[in-house]
Design a binder for this molecule. Structure first.
Ligand code: HEC
Ligand code: HEC
Length: 312
């Protein structure tokens, strides 16, 4: 009885599959737009981290930029979806995107509704990219069009049973702001922090991957460490608590931490981080400074995190 109720519920959710209208947009193709898109795609929004092969023999698994956006590793088992799950960030080079329109790309990135009403699993951070301004979303599309075509094909998605249907209910329509805020605007820091996707990783999540209410940015989200290290890495507390968070870290030190990243070879078996330091280290001082200022406005939360825990 319980099982059939569960099936009914899942079927009801599946019928929530929405028709999200395509925006009436075309990406400009000028140099400045492509450069902005490249900045967002390779640093701040770090599309390249997930959508390219990563080199886990180096600190923070830098993306292989010679094969930028040619498709990434299977994140399903690493995101706790089970050993048999298959979830590859697909190839987004022109080899595979040539028959996607700009509007289809903007819709997929900012609402999670892919081509042919294929609802994307939110490991693709569209929940955060809903905050993107239209001009920035179009810049990312313009940049994708300029990439070297690579002919890789990632295997199709395979999620554990209810998720394959539940995912249909997640994409939502969004009305994007026309323009990204100017660095002098009051909401610039919040905007940059949002589109950089810091919050999900830096917040504890429940068994379904949903952020625990009231714990935003307080850290403690566990990630499976990549082989050959065996253990878990926990995200840091980014709130301004002086003892357990970033309260005593100056802006200069914060910037230095990012810019000082050297993705040189890791000693074999040493604990590695999933945070894409190797991409964020090229985020501009202006944007890192704005992220820092925004983090200072958060309510301090006392939460001691031990970052690296190796299994025996
Ligand atoms: C944290 C990892 C991650 C990041 C960062 C990420 N993606 Fe994704 N992306 C995914 C995954 C996983 C999928 C596959 C989702 C699915 O099939 O359910 C995906 C799917 C997509 C799709 C749909 C492709 C298709 O064939 O249906 C597009 C378009 C896309 N991503 C664009 C982007 C862009 C542009 C960025 C940067 C602004 C980005 N992604 C950043 C993980 C990521
Ligand atoms: C993919 C998940 C992920 C994303 C995205 C992410 N982080 Fe992290 N972050 C972590 C993990 C895990 C750690 C702990 C291990 C380490 O130090 O790298 C960490 C550590 C840190 C630290 C070190 C703090 C300390 O006390 O040593 C800072 C600072 C930080 N993150 C800031 C950010 C900011 C700012 C963003 C957004 C621009 C961000 N992170 C995005 C996972 C993430």
């Amino acid at each position: 009885m319980r099982a059939s109720l569960a099936v009914l519920l899942v079927l009801a959710l599946a019928t929530c599959r929405k028709n999200i209208p395509l925006p009436d947009v075309t990406a400009p193709r000028d140099e400045a737009t492509v450069a902005r898109g490249a900045y967002l795609g390779t640093t701040l929004c770090s599309c390249v981290t997930c959508h390219s092969p990563r080199d886990w023999s180096k600190w923070s698994g830098p993306a292989d930029l010679a094969h930028a956006m040619s498709g990434g590793e299977n994140v399903g088992p690493l995101d706790g979806l089970g050993a048999g799950s298959v979830l590859h960030p697909p190839n987004l080079t022109p080899h595979r995107l040539s028959n996607w329109t700009d509007a289809e790309l903007v819709r997929a990135i900012t609402t999670g509704m892919g081509r042919g009403n294929h609802a994307l699993f939110p490991a693709m951070p569209y929940v955060e990219y809903r905050a993107l301004a239209l001009d920035d979303a179009l810049a990312i599309v313009a940049w994708l069009r300029t990439l070297e075509p690579v002919a890789t094909e990632t295997p199709p998605r395979a999620l554990p049973f209810p998720l394959e249907l539940v995912v249909n209910a997640i994409p939502k329509p969004v009305v994007l702001r026309e323009r990204a805020p100017h660095p002098d605007d009051a909401d610039y820091g919040e905007y940059v922090t949002h589109i950089a996707g810091c919050v999900w990783c830096h917040t504890e999540v429940d068994g379904r991957g949903t952020m625990v209410a009231g714990r935003q940015f307080a850290g403690g989200h566990a990630f499976t460490m990549r082989a050959p290290a065996n253990g878990e890495v926990f995200s840091a507390n980014l709130t301004p608590d002086p003892e357990t968070g970033l309260g005593k870290v100056s802006k200069q030190d914060f910037l230095a931490r990012f810019h000082g990243v050297d993705p040189a070879t890791l000693p074999p078996g040493a604990p590695n981080s999933v945070m894409m330091w190797s991409q964020y280290h090229r985020v501009s001082d202006q944007d890192l400074g704005a992220i820092y200022d925004y983090l200072r406005t958060l309510p301090p939360q006392v939460h001691q995190v031990t970052k690296f825990q190796l299994n025996e």
